[in-house]
Design a protein around this ligand. Structure first.
Ligand SMILES: Nc1ncnc2c1ncn2[C@@H]1O[C@H](COP(=O)(O)OP(=O)(O)OP(=O)(O)O)[C@@H](O)[C@H]1O
Length: 208
């Protein structure tokens, strides 16, 4: 089960509207700068409140303005990965990853630190400070932290944009593995059409 989204939000001069249903797998949001792609991810995560609409992820209603449902951020189970990683610079890789684990309620944990390290190939980095990592390594750790937080879906906001071509290819391969091996719906914002077409089972256009 994937996403069932129908939201509108007035933001400054812009009115952001998105309406789509996906069966699961990776769904990409595509559209011009300022159309509202990141805003849609923020609404799914619970960081922005739609003016009206409904957000259902994996069959769970996270927001429904008509029914008065607005599940708090920490209970939504959305693993959010940002273009600029947003790791904790003063912590090493292990402690960045364990931050996600500690956020998760025990009954929501479905993957262990060892499994994340195997999946993402970051076992050798555990004692490293994050400021000494490459961009690709930082993005792996950010994805690992999101998975360990008990995520039931992944929100990936331009996760390749800060990477050089070689690292971009490497992280694309990793996202394909996550898409194919984990049964998590993924909502992905990208601005490169070829990248989006390669990764996504469904592409949703967000219009300005
Ligand atoms: N904090 C804010 N306050 C008011 N308006 C905002 C704020 N952040 C973004 N906006 C506006 O909301 C609209 C959507 O922005 P958003 O960042 O979601 O678009 P986007 O499609 O993700 O763009 P990009 O591809 O450039 O990242 C834009 O018109 C933007 O100016």
């Amino acid at each position: 089960m994937g996403f069932d989204i129908d939201v509108t939000l007035r933001r400054g001069e812009a009115t952001i509207a998105a309406q789509f249903t996906s069966a699961g797998g990776l769904t990409a949001l595509f559209g011009p700068s300022g159309a509202g792609k990141t805003s849609v991810l923020d609404m799914v995560a619970g960081l922005l409140r739609p003016d009206a609409g409904r957000i259902v992820v994996g069959g769970r209603v996270l927001f429904d303005s008509a029914a008065g449902v607005d599940v708090p951020v920490q209970a939504r189970g959305c693993g959010y990965v940002f273009q600029d990683y947003r790791l904790f610079p003063h912590l090493n890789v292990r402690h960045n990853l364990l931050y996600g684990w500690q956020l998760a309620a025990p009954d929501q944990r479905w993957i262990t630190l060892d499994e994340v390290c195997d999946l993402l190939g970051i076992g050798a980095l555990l004692t490293r400070r994050v400021r000494h990592l490459s961009g690709g390594e930082k993005q792996r750790v950010a994805i690992g932290r999101a998975l360990l937080s008990g995520a039931r879906c992944l929100l990936l906001d331009e996760p390749l944009s800060s990477l050089d071509a070689a690292r971009r290819e490497e992280i694309m391969g990793l996202i394909e593995r996550l898409r194919d091996e984990l049964r998590l719906p993924i909502l992905y914002v990208g601005h490169d059409r070829a990248e989006v077409d390669r990764l996504a089972g469904q592409v949703v256009t967000i219009r300005a």
